[in-house]
Design a protein around this ligand. Structure first.
Ligand SMILES: [Zn+2]
Length: 262
């Protein structure tokens, strides 16, 4: 288990002057599943971690719940349709996965902009978790409604994270939840770790200095969403902010859950 450097100490006693404790980065999991709402969510948030893990030998599966057919207000041409945009964004996501070192990407075809954490979605994610049997699931934080005072967390992000966590526990590991999956030959599977990005209480930091260039290259594959915008400065600054508490130059930060078996 990794503890955040400010989790220790006596309540009420100022921390300044105290040396920061080194944060131990967990070993990469053997198998990981990254679950997000839209093409590009993964690259913005956890691309550096996944690239690092892939290079260390982790088998990774990407699950994209929608095809991102809502597009972007800034860069989607006015004559673009949802039907035309879907295949473009799927191809961009597959290219991004290839750059990160992920060979497997699944698209669930839910509607962009209208995602809800339904039982049907929970069942679909449970099916994939049981099929691929990941040691770790990587997803967002469904409890965060606001980031700072400039970004309302996208409802699809909250719904995707909610469904991912509920599929991880208890659905994936409980035999008699979704018994129809047993009929498909999918036995229960217990996920051991959950890496939650965008969490307000991060406790785990992955050093991405060595994979920042890969993260950037993967993100740039989402051309239909970027236009002429170069995401480099934004990503570098964000990684710097996330690394501050851990004394790292560039990091992706998480709340990490280590789930105990029954
Ligand atoms: Zn998104």
């Amino acid at each position: 288990m990794t503890d955040g450097p400010t989790d220790s100490g006596t309540p009420g006693v100022p921390e300044h002057g105290k040396k920061k404790r080194a944060v131990v980065e967990p070993e990469p999991p053997a198998r990981a599943m990254s679950i997000h709402a839209h093409p590009d969510d993964q690259e913005f948030t956890v691309g550096g971690t996944l690239a690092k893990w892939a290079r260390a030998g982790t088998t990774i599966v990407t699950v994209c719940i929608t095809r991102g057919t809502g597009g972007s207000n800034r860069f989607t041409p006015l004559d673009m349709t949802r039907a035309a945009l879907g295949p473009i964004r799927e191809a961009e996501q597959r290219n991004a996965c290839r750059i990160l070192g992920i060979s497997d990407a699944w698209f669930l075809d839910y509607e962009d902009g209208m995602l809800e954490a339904t039982i049907a979605l929970r069942r679909d994610l449970t099916r994939l978790i049981r099929r691929f049997r990941p040691e770790a699931v990587v997803c967002g934080d469904p409890t965060v409604r606001y980031y700072g005072s400039t970004y309302l967390n996208h409802p699809d992000h909250r719904a995707a994270a909610d469904a991912a966590l509920d599929a991880t526990f208890p659905s994936a590991g409980t035999r008699l939840i979704f018994p129809e999956l047993l009929a498909e030959g999918l036995e229960p599977h217990e996920v051991r770790q959950v890496y939650i990005h965008g969490a307000e209480r991060a406790d785990t930091y992955v050093d991405i200095a060595g994979t920042m260039d890969v993260k950037l290259a993967a993100l740039r594959e989402h051309r239909s969403q970027m236009g002429e915008w170069d995401p480099k400065d934004f990503l570098v600054e964000w990684a710097r902010e996330q690394g501050l508490r851990a004394g790292l130059e560039a990091a992706e930060s998480y709340r990490r859950m280590v789930l105990e078996g029954p």
